[in-house]
Design a protein around this ligand. Structure first.
Ligand SMILES: Nc1nc2c(ncn2[C@@H]2O[C@H](COP(=O)(O)OP(=O)(O)OP(=O)(O)O)[C@@H](O)[C@H]2O)c(=O)[nH]1
Ligand SMILES: [Mg+2]
Length: 338
């Protein structure tokens, strides 16, 4: 029996996804009273959404997903049923994480990435549509000031995932799970290492995106803070969350419409810091929703992001990794490909 066939009744425990027991019980599959086997025959259907995700439903009657978001157990269910890439994301409030995912969804469903990538479905269609609703009011080509709502979780202590499936031009289907976390989680992680455990699912992810705001790195007033915070975040990632070196990091540099479509030079310091810690790292300049008056196209860089999500072992042209080859090999080995 593999660890993914278990789910814990404790709301904060992510064992179902991470294999880590919140109470550090030795051999939890045998000794933890809260851990329940969740094979197809015994797993009770869960409410989709964060609330109640880790509690079994008292009424065993079949419940249908709301399509808004997936909790840890539903994410684990998808990962069990087919090969799915888990995309880890970290980034402070307003970094542009939700906009990135919304743009990814709109680019795929709007057939803007065809013929290279085609939308193949989502188990969280309503969740994406809910995030995109302000954009539906987009009038006369003007981007609304508030593009998406700030992210709040139904259960503030448990991550929520969006699901997206797409085909590449060879016809291969890719499923990805995207955790849309509130920026407060990252901010809190910086000040309080004891919150690292709720990011435990990152240890099982296929790549980890660090959302860094280009204007913060370009502006002289904010540059030093941005560098300090991002470097500190890397330290938390490796020392406190213990993200394995085999998981590639992607510096998702958001709002690059404000920096002429390229990542500010100082972002390279973060790439170097990641390399020094033994990670392979790529940098992707992005502009999910460029401000009016810029020449950078809508969804700038999203195609590169999709490539990185679907082929994490292929270095991009903006790749800064010196050791991506060996990292990719160990990544593939860890995922059982080679
Ligand atoms: N210039 C520019 N601004 C953007 C872009 N994408 C997002 N923004 C702005 O950044 C704001 C915050 O974006 P969100 O996606 O909500 O940020 P977030 O990281 O999800 O924030 P939290 O949910 O609070 O953690 C948006 O309301 C936009 O005003 C972009 O491509 N260019
Ligand atoms: Mg958000």
């Amino acid at each position: 029996v593999t660890r993914r066939e278990f789910a814990c009744l404790k709301p904060d425990c992510t064992f179902g996804l991470t294999g880590t027991c919140i109470e550090s019980i030795d051999d939890p599959t045998r000794k933890c009273p809260n851990l329940k086997a969740t094979d197809a025959s015994s797993e009770p259907e869960q409410q989709v959404g964060n609330e109640g995700d880790t509690h079994p439903v008292a009424n065993p009657a079949r419940q249908f997903p709301t399509g808004l978001e997936l909790g840890l157990n539903q994410a684990a269910r998808i990962m069990r049923s087919r090969y799915t890439r888990l995309i880890g994301v970290l980034g402070q409030a307003e970094a542009g994480k939700t906009c990135l995912f919304t743009s990814l969804y709109l680019q795929l469903t709007g057939r803007n990435l065809c013929p290279k990538y085609r939308f193949a479905g989502s188990e969280t269609l309503l969740g994406f549509e809910q995030r995109a609703r302000h954009l539906r009011d987009w009038t006369q080509g003007r981007v609304p000031d508030q593009i998406v709502d700030r992210t709040h979780l139904g259960n503030p202590r448990s991550p929520a995932f969006l699901h997206l499936a797409f085909h590449d031009d060879s016809g291969t289907r890719h499923d990805v799970l995207l955790p849309d976390l509130p920026g407060e989680w990252t901010t809190r992680l910086l000040s309080d290492a004891s919150t690292a455990e709720r990011f435990g699912f990152l240890r099982r992810s296929d790549i980890v995106l660090l959302a860094l705001e280009a204007p913060q790195f370009a502006n002289r007033r904010t540059r030093n803070n941005a560098i300090t915070d991002a470097t500190h975040l890397l330290a938390r990632l490796s020392d406190d969350i213990s993200v394995p070196r085999s998981i590639p990091l992607v510096l998702a540099v958001t709002k690059c419409d404000e920096t002429d479509g390229s990542a500010p030079q100082d972002v390279q310091k973060i790439a170097d810091a990641a390399l020094n810690r033994g990670y392979s790292v790529s940098t992707i300049p992005l502009a999910a929703f460029p401000r009016n008056g810029t020449t950078v196209p809508l969804g700038f860089g999203i195609d590169a992001l999709v490539t990185q999500m679907s082929l994490p072992c292929v270095p991009l042209t903006t790749d800064t990794a010196r050791n991506i080859g060996s990292a990719s090999r160990s990544y593939l080995k860890a995922r059982g490909h080679r």
